[in-house]
Design a protein around this ligand. Structure first.
Ligand SMILES: O=C(O)c1ccccc1NCC(=O)[C@H](O)[C@H](O)COP(=O)(O)O
Length: 230
């Protein structure tokens, strides 16, 4: 079971998050979009990425800009293992996927799908032929895109999506140590993602990972996956 932890800001917390069991670490490279306090300067992104590569951990670069050209420029500079498109005004297309392969041949494409109702099933099916991963998430805010809501959604829809697409699905939205096992047993995803419930949030949008909660999240995810043979 892949455990994906967002949103890393500092180098030391990224290291501790990897030590606590993360397989994928997500961050927001400096761009025109998202919560200003979550954006990471490129020099630090490179340092975190070098450390992640040494540990066999994948770096996920989250795109909250709505400008595909800016996304492609960032992908070319960072060469992340995964590019996660989550803005509220732009979703990946087959043409974008093709151009991403040209500028970052080893970067996989992950598209966020907002699970607000049953229409999410058809939206996920449309992305599946040309993306490498689908991330199912909750909450859409005009300034920050899809996600980071700390809220769950209807897991019955997610379970149907997992059954109907051929690409790996990462489950996100309000997951933490308290409910990750239930989500895995119900949805049977390829991976699980957590931001809010494994972070400490401060005034002004600042936050840091709560390492004990990250550890518990990873342990409980692995236990649940093992229990059901995933
Ligand atoms: O990581 C961010 O800073 C971020 C900001 C705005 C939208 C999405 C963002 N991250 C995407 C993620 O994959 C989150 O981990 C996912 O939305 C789950 O968030 P949460 O419900 O808070 O666990």
């Amino acid at each position: 079971m892949i455990k994906q932890l967002y949103s890393l800001i500092q180098f030391d917390e990224a290291v501790k998050t990897m030590e606590a069991g993360a397989d994928n670490i997500g961050l927001v490279p400096m761009q025109n979009g998202g919560v200003p306090a979550h954006r990471v300067p490129l020099e630090r992104v490179y340092k975190i990425h070098d450390e992640a590569k040494k540990r066999g951990v994948k770096l996920v670069a989250i795109m909250l800009t709505n400008d595909p050209e800016e996304m492609l420029q960032l992908a070319e500079k960072v060469q992340p293992e995964i590019l996660h498109v989550a803005g509220d005004g732009y979703a990946a297309t087959p043409e974008f996927a093709k151009r991403l392969k040209e500028v970052a041949p080893d970067t996989a494409l992950m598209q966020a799908v907002l699970v607000d109702n049953e229409t999410a099933i058809d939206r996920a099916k449309k992305f599946a032929p040309f993306v490498d991963y689908i991330l199912l998430d909750s909450g859409l805010a005009p300034d920050t895109g899809i996600g980071a809501s700390g809220k769950t959604h209807d897991w019955n829809i997610d379970a149907k999506i997992v059954e109907s697409v051929d690409v790996p699905v990462i489950e996100a939205g309000g997951l933490g140590p308290d409910n990750v096992a239930d989500a895995i047993k119900k949805i049977k995803p390829y991976g699980v993602d957590s931001l809010t419930k494994t972070s400490i949030k401060y005034e002004g949008g600042n936050m840091e990972k709560d390492i004990e909660k990250v550890r518990l999240f990873c342990e409980r995810a692995d236990e649940a996956a093992k229990e059901i043979g995933l």
